[in-house]
Design a protein around this ligand. Sequence first.
Ligand code: HEC
Length: 135
Amino acid sequence: MKKCQVVAIAAAIAAGSICGLGVPGSTRTAAAAEPAVTFREDVLPVFQIRCVSCHSPTGEGYKASGLDLTTYKGVIAGTKYGPMVVPGDPDSSNLMRLLDWKVSPQLRMPHNKKQLSVCDRDAIRTWIREGAKDN
Ligand code: HEC
């Protein structure tokens, strides 16, 4: 599944957060047998919990930017200014810059809220690197 789960313990110590809470760590070592990161299992749930309160068609984030994070189509379409995701290239994807807080404070996402965990950000990063597929 997610690469970050292998480094979850180190990241948890560093970032003060724990990936996959409630899932026994021992099941995570069988990484080779697990599927790649998927949009539906690893990415969309993060958006649903942390973003769609503002980034669905009635939310303030959608009204300000045009970005709808409730569907794959919306995520790929991006904002009214253009795409936020460059498939295969997380470093060029503005979405990652916002989530990694490499932008001015008012553009950090989620807006005025706690930063996403290293685990969640790495899942999104891996999903983009693997082509940002509708999987
Ligand atoms: C509390 C409301 C809120 C939440 C939660 C929120 N956003 Fe936003 N988002 C906004 C607002 C408001 C803007 C417009 C910011 C601006 O243009 O100044 C915005 C803009 C954006 C943009 C476009 C920025 C640009 O350069 O135009 C992206 C991408 C984005 N949000 C992603 C996310 C993601 C991903 C999450 C969840 C991790 C998230 N947002 C959570 C309110 C929110």
